[in-house]
Design a binder for this molecule. Structure first.
Ligand SMILES: Nc1ncnc2c1ncn2[C@@H]1O[C@H](COP(=O)(O)OP(=O)(O)OP(=O)(O)O)[C@@H](O)[C@H]1O
Length: 291
């Protein structure tokens, strides 16, 4: 599903959560929506799902989404698990409700995922832990197979093995059933290998939209003997550094020129793509310093 956002503004009283934002997603990719706390991710996704009226235009496959029941049926937004359905509802009812709203729902897959995440269908939502409630959200998001699926911090509270099982399921199911998936997360490195395109927002404004691979080529990870890494990176913009014994790794912003590449080879340094997380922190830092 294609997404077109034009001149979008969302306000809550005096607070402007989204400020005249415009962008398009060509669709059928996994997009990462990245932004610091309060940058406007949830507000943006709520508008994309047609949950709230906003200034500007949001179109899904060329159709406005707000007050458009047919367009809304093609969207699944999984929000923070704290928002989840009535706490006295059984998981099975929550899944039935999820199914009733979506033509693309795959019930066999929903049951398979519930088993994978070890969620009892007879359990009441209010009796589940935070991670288990997130898993219910993940089941709904994936089994909906909605042409536009948005997962807003859907991993909240999940332990590491569960998160990895979720990411594997997400990728495998996307490959089998390509659709437009927007994932918002603060665990950028964990998810970065899944993301094909990245949208970074800050203070309600678009900072950049780029293919993840192109974004990674904006910087370089330099690894080698600590003294050699220090010599090599002098005068360059170093976003972060890590040392292990005599070995050091530095994330350098900006592309290396030919003489830099030759020098790196002479020093025996290994060069690799930069971590998205470091780029993200750098790109959302206010002018004039770190937060
Ligand atoms: N219901 C509301 N009433 C008033 N202000 C709100 C409301 N919801 C969000 N905001 C404000 O809008 C801005 C954007 O919030 P939003 O929840 O969209 O950000 P976010 O990027 O999803 O944040 P986080 O990463 O912390 O979940 C923030 O300044 C927030 O305080």
């Amino acid at each position: 599903m294609r997404v077109d956002v034009q001149g979008l503004t969302v306000r809550y009283g005096d607070v402007t959560a989204i400020d005249d934002m415009s962008f398009s997603l060509s669709g059928n990719k996994i997009y990462g929506l990245l932004g610091r706390n309060g940058s406007g991710k949830t507000s943006l996704m709520s508008v994309l799902a047609g949950y709230r009226r906003a200034i500007g235009s949001v179109q899904l496959d060329g159709e406005p989404v707000f007050e458009n029941a047919a367009a809304m049926r093609k969207v699944c937004l999984v929000r923070h698990p704290a928002d989840a359905a009535d706490k006295s509802d059984k998981v099975s009812h929550v899944l039935e409700y999820g199914a009733a709203w979506r033509d693309t729902w795959d019930n066999a897959y929903a049951l398979e995922l519930s088993e994978l995440f070890k969620i009892g269908l007879k359990s009441k939502v209010g009796e589940l832990s935070l991670g288990q409630r997130s898993a219910v959200g993940a089941v709904i998001g994936l089994a909906s197979r909605s042409p536009l699926t948005m997962l807003d911090e859907s991993h909240l509270g999940m332990d590491t093995p569960t998160r990895y099982a979720f990411y594997d399921a997400l990728l495998n199911d996307f490959m089998a059933h390509p659709r437009t998936i927007i994932v918002s997360t603060h665990l950028i490195e964990e998810l970065s290998s899944l993301l094909e395109e990245v949208v970074i927002i800050d203070s309600g404004r678009l900072v950049l939209q780029e293919e993840a691979d192109v974004l990674r080529s904006r910087g370089t990870e330099v690894v080698g003997n600590a003294a050699d890494v220090d010599e090599f990176t002098e005068g360059l913009t170093v976003l972060s550094e890590k040392s292990l014994g005599r070995t050091k790794s530095a994330m350098v912003f900006g592309q290396l020129d030919d003489s830099g590449l030759v020098r790196a080879r002479q020093l025996g340094l290994e060069l690799g793509p930069i971590a998205l997380q470091d780029l993200f922190v750098h790109l959302t830092e206010p002018v004039g310093g770190k937060r």
